[in-house]
Design a protein around this ligand. Sequence first.
Ligand code: PLP
Length: 482
Amino acid sequence: MERAQLSKTGIDGEALLEQMRAMKGDDADFVGGRTWSMVYWPGDEHHHVTERANNLFLATNGLNPFAFKSLRRMEREVVQMTAGLLTGPETTVGTMTSGGTESILLAVHTYRERARARWPWIRHPEMVVPETIHVAFDKAAHYFGVRLRKIPVGPDKRADVRAMRRAIGRNTIAIAASAPQYAHGVVDPIEELAAIAEKKRIPFHVDACFGGFILPFLERLGHPIPSWDFRVPGVTSISADVHKYGYAPKGASVLVYRDMSYLRHQFFVSTDWPGGVYVSPTMQGTRPGGCIAGAWASMMHMGEEGYLALAAQALEGATRLRAGLAAIPEIRMLGAGHSTIVTWTCDGVDTYAVADQLAEKGWSVDRQQKPPSIHCTVNASNLPVLDTYLADVAEAVALVKANPELAKEGEAAMYGMMAKVPVRRLVSSSVRKVMEQMYAHDGGDGDLDELESDDWMSKMVDKYGPAVIDGLDRIRAMGGRR
Ligand SMILES: Cc1ncc(COP(=O)(O)O)c(C=O)c1O
């Protein structure tokens, strides 16, 4: 690929924007409702308001709250409005962050710092979490030298309370669980876990990055949801993303704590830098003012009624989708339907091959593993195409049932193998290779298919034949996982 170069004279703005509009042509179609994650589309009118709000503060920087008092005010109000939604007491405090991952990184870091101050004898800090917790916790643990003790979940995909209690030990600095978790959309037993955290006097973070801006409205609509917010004593912090069901432009999440005794461990201060005394509330240095303004505008413009209306449509979509999928005999639903996530798998038909068929029909498909499954986050924008999706799923299932060999073709073969290989280190090194190719000096857009061309998986199949896949299955059954 030819190396991009800075143009000599600069390109005319209009021509450039035209070129960029054309570049979007191959992107996922979220406005048309063909995506089931990543974008939470509120419709044109709301989008344009937040776009203009974002632009109004595009050049500003929240790094120094004394310079941009407007940003400090908007951040404070976003935090307070969010704390209200999460039923935080008067003492609730927090900060905005760039997204769910930053909120989670910060929560883990805060609890590690708190442990260092209170329990200095802990040399190998640990957090106890269900295995379904968002992968950002793995990232945080990796960055900050915290060991994650991941506890298998029950058949209902919810955290196993007794097993988590047993895993808490002398090195535990905090526990965490989700409301809801991303993979199956179930809310963990927060009340029971919080009671344990309180008894053991350890902090408890609830990851409501997904749920923070939808569960409160589903509850108001009468949808049954297990308790999960600050009404539960023992919950010490919650993360909630405004750029998901808060319908803000990307780059906005909120991390709130029950009181300042936790938040104080989040701040970073350096007093000796020649550039001056430096204090920073979050991980970022420069904080894009547009993200703060966009989130504030989104919440102010939407208001309770706006959020309720969109939540009602998302819930209607999720309920219809769940019922439609459950009516297809080969499909089994995963998770109890606490939220607007619908996750399904196929019995007797290869799920990844069905996924390939859906992708061919122009759907964005989120493939999951353990077991192979497909994830749908439902939004109001999916409603107009819901019946088409259901018809396409039924057709795809029938086609794969009639042609089981499709499981050995296309991405299905690759995903199938990745899910089955018992030595996860091998999978990791292959995926890293794809990243290296993608980010190489002459790299392109990256393609998972490249895994098939030159790596160990196809080498194994070449060497041992397709039966190797069954062999791997047997190794796994014998306990060869990880
Ligand atoms: C439950 C949960 N936690 C955390 C995250 C991470 O959020 P982000 O992608 O904004 O970093 C997600 C994203 O989907 C999520 O669903």
